[in-house]
Write a protein that binds this ligand. Structure first.
Ligand code: HPA
Ligand SMILES: [Zn+2]
Length: 342
């Protein structure tokens, strides 16, 4: 029998925010098969087990190929609702009290699905998550960086009727060879529309891509950013400006950024005062939701209860909620920690 330590139990119960979750990456194999059946789609894998067995990745691209194939079962508004609700239930069980969800409209509009079908399904799930689970959330529209900036402009135009449902834009998919500068104009347009900006940078790509995200895209958070440690001037910039990094430890191991979780630089970054947060990225593919990421990271890096508290506080600090909501989340964290003597 596994003994749950006091530290593990404290970490599991911590109120936390998740800021780096691709909602299409929460699609579990069981739900992929269920939706394929509902929509009359034949998958190229004979069973849930065969599909899961294919989740052996060597790098980001090897994952993306299978991730886009999995998302092809999403057709109706109800499909997007069901996917998001399944995620919100898992998040609530992990004491995620606020989540900011990435979604990839181009993955769906390329297949002839209207952007409204995607957004309406997600928005309906957000309302249900708040009412039934007490989880608040926001949506971040990500542009696929392997596609052109023109395509991103087209996507932003399609999203304009739904802007009240979207808090910001992001940049994901194949990083190397697609630097932030490629999307300078569309990010400027999105910011002019009042949207926040984030971007994946320094997952596999060099520190130069993090500089580009900061200085050209003017992002308010860096997604991943772990390669920043190779550039001391960049590290100082991140520390001095409290620029948040949404780090995804189990993802980094699954995609071979680190061989072992114990090699991860999150502990070092945290100790130096970088505003690092822990997130699940694509939990259905990478072997764990929030608490799995939190617990395994705390254990592998020998972090303390105070470190875990700081990580949760960072997640609220880095979130895009208003000042009152942030203060309420920080208070919940303070109350929880006081009750546990941390
Ligand atoms: O980890 C990721 N990196 C880049 N693009 C992605 N799209 C889903 N997950 C990821
Ligand atoms: Zn990601």
């Amino acid at each position: 029998m596994t003994q749950i330590t006091a530290l593990e139990s404290f970490v599991r119960g911590l109120p936390k925010a998740e800021l780096h979750i691709h909602i299409e990456g929460s699609l579990e194999p069981e739900l992929i098969f269920q939706l394929a059946k509902r929509n009359g789609i034949t998958l190229s894998y004979p069973s849930v087990e065969a599909l899961r067995a294919a989740y052996a990745f060597t790098d980001l691209q090897s994952f993306l190929d299978i991730y886009y194939a999995g998302a092809s079962v999403l057709i109706t508004e109800q499909d997007f609702y069901d996917m998001a609700m399944a995620y919100f239930r898992r998040a609530a069980a992990d004491q995620v009290i606020h989540a900011e969800l990435f979604f990839d409209p181009q993955t769906h509009t390329e297949r002839g699905i209207a952007i409204g079908t995607v957004i309406n399904g997600l928005v309906r799930a957000q309302a249900a998550a708040k009412a039934e689970l007490g989880v608040t959330s926001a949506l971040i529209l990500c542009f696929l960086r392997h596609l052109s900036e023109d395509d991103a402009f087209k996507t932003l135009a399609e999203a304009e009727p739904f802007l009240q449902h979207i808090v910001g834009v992001g940049l994901d998919s194949s990083e190397v060879g697609h630097p932030p500068e490629k999307f300078a104009r569309v990010f400027a347009k999105a910011r002019a529309l009042g949207l926040r900006a984030v971007a994946h940078a320094g997952e596999e790509g060099p520190p130069a891509y993090v500089w580009g995200a900061l200085d050209v895209l003017h992002v308010q958070r860096i997604d991943h950013g772990v390669q920043s440690i190779r550039d001391e001037q960049l590290m100082q910039r991140l520390i001095d400006t409290r620029m948040p990094l949404t780090v995804c430890p189990l993802s980094n191991v699954k995609l071979c950024v680190y061989k072992h979780l114990a090699d991860h630089n999150l502990g070092q970054m945290l100790a130096r005062g970088v505003c690092v947060t822990i997130n699940s990225d694509d939990p259905a593919y990478f072997g764990g939701y929030m608490n799995q990421n939190f617990v395994e990271t705390v254990m592998a890096l020998n972090l303390t209860a105070a470190d875990a508290r700081q990580l949760a506080a960072n997640s609220f600090e880095a979130s895009f909620v208003d000042a009152d909501a942030r203060a309420a989340m920080m208070q919940r964290l303070a109350d929880y920690c006081a009750a546990h003597g941390v």
